[in-house]
Design a binder for this molecule. Structure first.
Ligand code: HEC
Ligand code: HEC
Ligand code: HEC
Ligand code: HEC
Ligand code: HEC
Ligand code: HEC
Ligand code: HEC
Length: 382
């Protein structure tokens, strides 16, 4: 068991009981304080516009506000009027490989429309989900007879290769006639949720989204929920009491990201090691890993704990790295000189990419793959 933690690391000495008691009472205080935090979705969907502008953050945190707009988070929802967005579909035609339905996209007077023979009307596309790092999918919205916003998640998406192809999950559509010929129908609540996880703020009334005031893309306040108080404190020259991620227990920190990326406890059933579909939900896999579960047994020689949560590998203020070495550096924090299986890992450990064996990419469809965040010895590892 111990062999993986060679190199700079050693097992932590057993904690004295006192520390456990202190920790437990701190946890109780923290839990109480934490209860006042509003859940993310109702906040973003509330009728009240955020009272603090993100522009204010730049006054004091310009290092972060300089890079943040480049992140997929900031760019995860687009109105078709944005430069370069409609062009990804405009003037093109596509035949869905599974349903055989043909789609034609036209851009006229800044209006992007889609038509298909199985549906008599042309429909306008106004919103395109996804930054384009992995995929972009149109959500076709309309107002129903009761004044609520409903939508179709279009069965065709744009992929970074420049190709149009089937949207993940549209391999089999319920029927290929009527408006459903264009994709999966999303009712008012689901439509609200799509915008909810991809926006800063979604003003709405009685199930109707007030698009004129929607703030597309994820912003600072989605993760730093208490910024309003923070800015008031800063303006008053007080000390910052804003919540710090580093002060949260690792599981709580991961669950914050899990508000959108999904949490293990949201999966509603046992989590099976060979279920490849959970690769899409990074937090669900990560918390199954022995690395995550046994992290508090690891100490640096200085006695400092080594922490494993999402920010060990991802800086939420910058686009995530494509360079495997940045990730392997974090493995080596805990696995020092790699592991003892010399027949498998005989090359110098720092030059070795652990990811294809222990965090492989799992294809979700022909154009989309997700990284398996359940770090482990996989039965398929070679
Ligand atoms: C070519 C595939 C491959 C690569 C690359 C690889 N591993 Fe492994 N690793 C394995 C396999 C297979 C096992 C299971 C060996 C066994 O059980 O005998 C394993 C076992 C482990 C274990 C648990 C067993 C032990 O010896 O403690 C750890 C920890 C580990 N690897 C860490 C790493 C790290 C860190 C890296 C990158 C520096 C890495 N591995 C690179 C295939 C790989
Ligand atoms: C007037 C200056 C000022 C403004 C405006 C401001 N901040 Fe801060 N912020 C600070 C200072 C000072 C700290 C405390 C730094 C410390 O104690 O380490 C801080 C701390 C923080 C922290 C916690 C840092 C940590 O160590 O975890 C976050 C998160 C944060 N600010 C986010 C924001 C966001 C988001 C905005 C915009 C809505 C914002 N701030 C606006 C000055 C400001
Ligand atoms: C408000 C919802 C929300 C929250 C909270 C959230 N994410 Fe995301 N995240 C998204 C969405 C939506 C995307 C897809 C972005 C796109 O369109 O490519 C994404 C994408 C990502 C990506 C991939 C981006 C890339 O560079 O390829 C990473 C990594 C990521 N999130 C990490 C985190 C971490 C870490 C946290 C917590 C600190 C977090 N997310 C919290 C919604 C969220
Ligand atoms: C619970 C929050 C949540 C909801 C609800 C949600 N998304 Fe996302 N979405 C995410 C996260 C997190 C990612 C990034 C990781 C991933 O791909 O799953 C993402 C990624 C995407 C992407 C980028 C491609 C991809 O798969 O990475 C598209 C397109 C997208 N979502 C569209 C939609 C649409 C359309 C809806 C409504 C039918 C929707 N999302 C509902 C959280 C959400
Ligand atoms: C996806 C979630 C997410 C978003 C969006 C986000 N942050 Fe953060 N932020 C974090 C996390 C997580 C940390 C803790 C990072 C760590 O401990 O390494 C953090 C730390 C900080 C800190 C203190 C640490 C530092 O690096 O100086 C500041 C200040 C901050 N954020 C400001 C902002 C501002 C301003 C924005 C908007 C432009 C923003 N954040 C958007 C998740 C987020
Ligand atoms: C915070 C410290 C920490 C980090 C970071 C970390 N691990 Fe681990 N890892 C552990 C601990 C603790 C264990 C369980 C004890 C052991 O197997 O030695 C473990 C176990 C493993 C195992 C064996 C799992 C099994 O199925 O038995 C593998 C493989 C592994 N780690 C690979 C990695 C790789 C690859 C990375 C980087 C992507 C990484 N670890 C990052 C602490 C960490
Ligand atoms: C041990 C390192 C590590 C940790 C911890 C980690 N990730 Fe990742 N993550 C990666 C790697 C490696 C990639 C693939 C990067 C690439 O190839 O572009 C990735 C990619 C992603 C992506 C892009 C889609 C995909 O699946 O490839 C998302 C979203 C993501 N991570 C979210 C998260 C969230 C949320 C957490 C916390 C639950 C987290 N990650 C923790 C290493 C990590």
């Amino acid at each position: 068991m111990n062999s993986g933690l060679t190199g700079i690391l050693r097992r932590a000495a057993p904690q004295p009981l006192l520390a456990v008691v202190v920790l437990a009472s701190l946890l109780a205080i923290w839990t109480t304080a934490h209860d006042s935090r509003p859940p993310a979705a109702p906040a973003v969907l509330s009728a009240n516009a955020p009272r603090v502008s993100e522009e204010r953050c730049a006054e004091c945190h310009s290092d972060i506000t300089d890079t943040f707009p480049e992140t997929p988070h900031a760019r995860t929802l687009h109105h078709v009027s944005e430069a370069g967005i409609a062009e990804r579909f405009a003037g093109r035609s596509f035949t869905h490989p599974q349903t055989g339905a043909r789609f034609d996209y036209t851009l006229e007077d800044d209006r992007l429309t889609v038509s298909t023979p199985a549906y008599a009307r042309e429909l306008a596309i106004e919103w395109i989900f996804g930054s384009g790092t992995h995929a972009q999918t149109p959500l076709i919205t309309w107002t129903d007879e009761e004044g609520r916003t409903q939508s179709i998640e279009h069965c065709v998406s744009w992929y970074p290769t420049g190709e149009l192809a089937a949207t993940l999950g549209t391999e089999a559509l319920p029927d290929a006639t009527g408006v459903q010929a264009l994709g999966h129908h999303r009712g008012p609540a689901q439509t609200m949720n799509c915008f909810g996880c991809h926006s800063r703020y979604v003003p709405n009334t009685d199930g109707r989204i007030l698009f004129d005031h929607l703030q597309a893309g994820i912003g600072c306040a989605r993760c730093h929920w208490d910024v309003e108080q923070h800015v008031a404190e800063m303006d008053a020259g007080e000390e910052a009491s804003i919540e710090r991620f580093a002060a949260l227990a690792p599981r709580e920190a991961v669950d914050r990201c899990g508000e959108c990326h999904r949490r293990a406890q949201d999966m509603g059933g046992p989590i099976e090691p060979d279920d490849e579909s959970i690769a899409r939900f990074a937090p669900v896999g990560l918390v199954q890993s022995p690395c995550f579960q046994q992290q508090d047994e690891v100490r640096l020689p200085s006695g400092e704990p080594v922490r494993l949560d999402c920010t060990t590998c991802h800086d939420p203020h910058r686009p995530s790295s494509n360079d495997w070495q940045t990730y392997v550096r974090s493995c080596l924090q805990c696995h020092g000189a790699g592991h003892d299986n010399t027949s498998v890992c005989s090359s110098p450990r720092t030059e070795q990419n652990c990811l294809p064996c222990h965090m492989p990419k799992v294809p979700a469809n022909e154009h989309l793959e997700f990284t398996d965040h359940w770090i482990r010895v996989r039965s398929t590892a070679e």
